[in-house]
Design a protein around this ligand. Structure first.
Ligand code: ZN
Ligand code: FE
Length: 240
């Protein structure tokens, strides 16, 4: 009855829909464009209730205005620092809110670094991590500092093993190609890389993953609070 589905958008963005089939209601995470979401809602006779925005970048927000114009009751959640238009609820770190159509409450985790008001939404066991934690990688540090980004990643890494990581882009294969270079001896990385190459070559997404696997194979979660190490990896990856 409850389901998370993926709508690929733009070049390599993922828009996530949380669907309650019984109520025929949906929440939408990071709608970078409206058209594919509207098409899906129409085709399946679903009503959107809320939009959860992780951060302000256009590839995560470009569809909001059109969705809100079609569904004026839509609630739109984002952090105040992100200046997202049409927001109805400014969220802050540690805030817990409930959507009527979803049984688990959502906890807001403020994770600055990629942008200053970037947040993740955690509704056990789902984590919507935007462009901060990617499967096997992390986002670029655009607005914050390396210290902030590493602290943000470590907060996410402290979530339970079975946390499902739903991120904003399909970068997994390239991230693992990088991870293999960082840790050539890491058998978990080698195994995951092979599995992801297979998934991607048959056209399947490599997202979500779980936090246990991320801790074993994501080089950016393996810096052990060492900011110099994180900075070195991030700079290397920026050029990779
Ligand atoms: Zn972004
Ligand atoms: Fe993005």
């Amino acid at each position: 009855m409850l389901e998370i589905i993926l709508i690929p958008a733009l070049k390599d963005n993922y828009i996530w829909l949380g669907i309650n089939r019984e109520l025929a209601e949906v929440f939408i995470v990071d709608p970078g464009e409206a058209a594919p979401v509207l098409a899906y809602l129409r085709e399946h006779s679903l009503k959107p209730i809320a939009i959860l925005v992780t951060h302000k970048h256009w590839d995560h927000t470009g569809g909001i205005e059109e969705l809100v114009s079609r569904y004026p009751d839509l609630q739109v959640y984002a952090h105040a620092l992100e200046n997202v238009s049409s927001v109805t609820h400014h969220v802050k770190d540690g805030e817990v809110f409930k959507l009527s159509m979803w049984p688990e409450p959502f906890t807001v985790i403020h994770i600055p670094g990629h942008t200053l008001g970037h947040v993740a939404y955690y509704a056990k066991p789902l984590l919507f991590s935007g462009d901060t934690l990617f499967c096997a990688g992390c986002g670029r540090v655009f607005e914050g500092t390396a210290e902030q980004m590493l602290a943000s990643l470590e907060r996410l890494a402290a979530l339970p093993d079975d946390t499902q990581v739903y991120c904003g882009h399909e970068y997994t294969q390239n991230n693992l190609r990088f991870a293999v270079q960082v840790e050539p001896e890491n058998a978990d990385i080698a195994k995951r890389y092979e599995a992801v190459v297979n998934l991607r070559s048959s056209g399947k997404p490599a997202v979500p993953s779980d936090m246990r696997l991320e801790r074993l194979t994501n080089p950016f979660l393996r810096c052990k609070q060492n900011v110099a190490k994180f900075r070195e990896l991030r700079e290397w990856k920026d050029r990779f």
